[in-house]
Ligand binder design. Structure first.
Ligand code: 2RA
Length: 337
């Protein structure tokens, strides 16, 4: 079956990656429509040898469409319901609906079946959450998880194209001894780390940190898993890295964890310290898998493990995950038209 697909926010970093992945995975498209804000409308984008003119998003953009992939931002608040009313299933990469109890929050390797109870909108989780939960789920299934302490090292492309441009321009300026005031980030990002992603919220944690807590519990269907996060922007172009300390319910050795993770869907274990092998963001970019290494026991507690988890946050953390959800809609036959 071929379906009609509309990409909203087609010209941004995630939108462009969505098109790349739809093409790579040979997603069965009948009609494709590309939409964006009025600022980007009129630009043309190539897809599978054809040029498409980007249209301004309106409620009518969703007429006769089966699946809408929203790249992010406020667009799904403005147009999500209009799409659903027209029988088009929304896969939304923004945080607008993620914690809505009526909206499934899906990582296909973790909770694919949640796609089945959608009421028109399915949310794609936050990038750092997706990357962590793909690595945690196989351990959760075997040993249960009591508590997670995670610190992230998030690439500038998590903040979009302007994040990438700012790191480049600032690095050049610093090397040339010139001034370059931060615009996209609150502080200089070149040769620096910023322990502040998104806005501050309850208990002095950032929204990004709360996303890792609440979204992980929703995806695992388990509010009892205790999670605490510190999220940090680092001067890396692409791929988020995470130091994850896990306290399991039952004992699991590092060797068992390696074996379980090696068999897990969407995970590649890169852990050969004898040969200095472990995941690094420079080498995981443009890949769909989540890479796990430095797998070792934490002997400060009874059932502790430490993991180093790295993944391309634009692909698995956003666009690939969204296209995988679209594939599940076809597999489970749960479109609305
Ligand atoms: C970031 N998590 O890296 C965000 C993107 N969704 O800023």
């Amino acid at each position: 079956k071929k379906v009609n697909v509309v990409v909203v926010g087609a010209t941004g970093a995630v939108g462009q990656e969505l098109l790349k992945i739809l093409n790579e995975r040979n997603f069965p498209i009948n009609n494709l429509k590309l939409c964006a804000t009025s600022r980007s409308a009129g630009t043309s984008v190539e897809f599978q040898g054809c040029r498409y003119v980007v249209e301004e998003t309106t409620p009518e953009s969703f007429t006769d469409m089966d699946i809408a992939l929203f790249a992010g931002g406020k667009a799904s608040l403005e147009f999500g319901q209009a799409a659903v009313e027209r029988g088009c299933v929304v896969i939304d990469n923004s945080s607008n609906y993620r914690m809505d109890p009526e909206v499934p929050l899906v990582v296909p390797e973790v909770n694919p079946e949640d796609v089945k109870w959608h009421k028109g909108i399915i949310a794609n989780p936050n990038c750092s959450t997706i990357i962590m939960v793909v690595a945690l789920k196989p351990i959760y299934d075997v040993a249960g998880i009591k508590r997670v302490v995670v610190s992230t090292y998030q690439a500038v492309s998590g903040a979009g194209k302007e994040g990438i441009e700012e790191l480049t321009a600032q690095t050049k300026a610093v090397l040339e001894g010139l001034e370059h005031s931060p615009k996209k980030f609150l502080h200089p990002i070149a040769f620096n780390l910023i322990p502040h992603i998104d806005v501050f919220q309850d208990m002095d944690y950032t929204k990004e940190e709360w996303k890792m807590v609440k979204e992980t519990q929703k995806i695992l269907h388990d509010d009892k898993v205790r999670i605490t996060a510190t999220t940090v922007r680092v001067p890396v172009y692409r791929s988020h890295s995470e130091s994850v300390n896990v306290e399991t319910e039952r004992k699991i050795t590092a060797a068992q964890a390696k074996e379980i993770l090696a068999k897990a869907p969407g995970v590649i274990v890169q852990d050969d310290i004898g040969n200095n092998v472990y995941p690094m963001p420079l080498f995981t970019s443009d890949k769909d898998e989540v890479f796990v290494g430095r797998i070792r026991e934490d002997n400060t507690i009874d059932n502790g493990l430490n993991l180093w988890v790295v993944g391309d946050q634009i692909r698995k953390g956003a666009a690939t995950n969204a296209v995988q959800i679209a594939e599940l809609l076809l597999k489970y036959n749960c479109l609305m038209r």
